[in-house]
Design a protein around this ligand. Sequence first.
Ligand code: SAM
Length: 276
Amino acid sequence: MLPGMRRKAMEPAQVAILWEANAESWTRLSRAGYDVYRDALNTPAFLAMLPPVSGLAGLDIGCGEGANTRRLAQLGARMQAIDVAPTFIRHAQAAEAAEPLGITYQVADGMALPFAQDSFDFATAFMSLMDMPDHARALQEAHRVLRPGGFLQFSILHPCFVPPYRKVLREADGTVRAIEVARYFDANQDEVETWWFSTLPAEERQHVAPFRVPRFHRTLSAWVQNICQAGFIIEQLAEPCATAQQAAAEPVIADTRVAPLFLHIRVKKTGGPDLL
Ligand SMILES: C[S@@+](CC[C@H](N)C(=O)[O-])C[C@H]1O[C@@H](n2cnc3c(N)ncnc32)[C@H](O)[C@@H]1O
C-alpha cells in the first residue's frame, strides 16, 4: 500500500463471521475459567462502579455467552441482551433455560439495535464496543434506545495503554517492569489480532485454534468525541488496577499494577429523571 493511502474498513459482516468462529471455544474456555482478566479484575471492577440496577430495564450489548448479563440479572435488573454471533446467543439461551433469570437474548448488531427509542433505563457493554467497526454509530444506537436520564456503562481496552503495539517488559524473575506502547495514532480499521487466553496451557493450544479478533483502535480523544457527539455526558471513569493480593492470586493480571489494560466509562443521556 502506498504511504497515505487508507485501507478499506472491514465490513460488519466480516466482523460477525470472525466472532462466530471464536464463539464455540470462547464459550468453553471462558466457562472453564481461562478468561482470568475478566473474572479476577475486569468484571468485579465494572460491577463496583455500576449504580444500583435492581428493578431497572437493562440491555447488555455484545453479551457473548452471557456471563456478565447473568451477573446483572442477579443484581435484580430485568435484562435483555444482544450479540452478533449466533453461537454465543445459543449458549446464553441454553444457560437461561437451565437456570432461568428472566433474560431475553437475541442475535443483533450493536450498530443497529432492534429496539425502539427510550426502551431501557440503562445499558452495558462489557469489552464489546471497541470490537465494532463504527464506534460512533454504536454509541448513537445506545443513546437512542436509552430513556432520558438513563446511563450506559462500558469497558474497553484502554486506548492509551493498549494501542495496536503493546509489549509487557519483565525483569529476569518475571515481574513486570514496564509496558511498551506504540502506534497510538494508528486508527487501524482492519487488523485482526490472533491470541489465546493468556493462561491457556500449551497442550490445549495444540488442539484449540487461537481467537481471531478484529481490532478497531481509536485514540482517547476520538472516544470522548464520539461519546459527546452521541449526546451523552461523561459521569465516571475507572482504570482497574489489581491489588497486590489479586496479583499474587492471579499473576497474569500483575501487569495492570504498572499501567491499566482496561478503561471503564459511564455516560448519561441527559433529560428526564436522574437514575444516579
Ligand atoms: C470480548 S467479547 C466480550 C463478551 C462479553 N461481553 C463478556 O464480557 O464476556 C466481545 C463480544 O462482542 C461481540 N460483538 C462484536 N461485534 C459486535 C456487534 N457489531 N454487535 C454485537 N456484538 C458484537 C462479540 O461477538 C463478542 O461476544
